[in-house]
Design a protein around this ligand. Structure first.
Ligand code: AMP
Length: 214
């Protein structure tokens, strides 16, 4: 089973991907996570990526497509994969179709959420610096302020989750990524679920879409 998770930043793609990976044993590939890892490793590329990401801009298509096409050739992708944060532009969507010879995606799971809700979620989002578990200062706070429940690591806010950057990311999403909704609607593989409600409620809807087919 090959899936794409589509939705605005903050719509819950990463959270749901982790739950779907646990339930369906489908490999979670997040380009954002891949880039953040590269940034931590310090290199010329890391500096370039850091500059782009902290401004809420998109990494150039050519670079993203190259990285994803290499990743999808790895053995662990043969059993299926779930793309989170890719494709993010029509050019990336078309390139993916080329990489997979046009017919490799079962579903595009589109998590729909209003812009107001997205801003609330992103601005309160915190991550564990050690195990990367996600929290939210209001909706999902840790037991002890700023400390990860799972591993005791300290929590931090992503640079691109600061308010002015969030606005820019949403603009980029509306201009560059949202056209993919129609693109996949036309190919008949888009399934829309509401991102409102708690994590389990959204997860249930995603599972019922997947279970309908399998
Ligand atoms: P995310 O964790 O998916 O919100 O991604 C964080 C940042 O990584 C984005 O704001 C972009 O700067 C970059 N990024 C991740 N995926 C892509 C992509 N498919 N195309 C371009 N830039 C990306």
């Amino acid at each position: 089973m090959n899936l794409i998770l589509l939705g605005a930043p903050g719509s819950g793609k990463g959270t749901q991907a982790k739950k779907l990976q646990a339930k369906y044993k489908v490999l979670h590939i997040s380009t954002g996570d891949m880039f953040r890892k590269t940034v931590e490793e310090k290199s010329a590329l890391a500096e370039k990526l850091k500059n782009i990401m902290e401004k809420g801009k998109l990494v150039p298509d050519e670079l993203v497509i190259d990285i994803v096409s290499k990743r999808l050739k790895a053995d662990d992708c043969r059993q299926g994969f779930m793309l989170d944060g890719f494709p993010r532009t029509l050019a990336q969507g078309r390139a993916l179709s080329g990489i997979l010879n046009g017919n490799g995606i079962d579903f595009v799971l589109y998590i729909e959420l209003s812009e107001n809700e997205v801003v609330k979620r992103l601005s309160g989002r915190r991550l564990c610096s050690a195990c990367k578990t996600g929290y939210h200062v209001v909706f999902q706070p840790p037991g002890k302020e700023n400390i990860c429940d799972k591993c005791g690591g300290s929590l931090f806010q992503r640079d691109d989750d600061k308010e002015d950057i969030i606005k820019h990311r949403l603009k980029v999403y509306n201009e560059e990524t949202a056209p993919l909704i129609d693109y996949y609607l036309e190919s008949g593989i888009l399934r829309k679920v509401s991102g409102n409600g708690n994590i389990d409620k959204v997860f249930e809807q995603l599972c019922s879409v997947i279970n309908d087919k399998h």
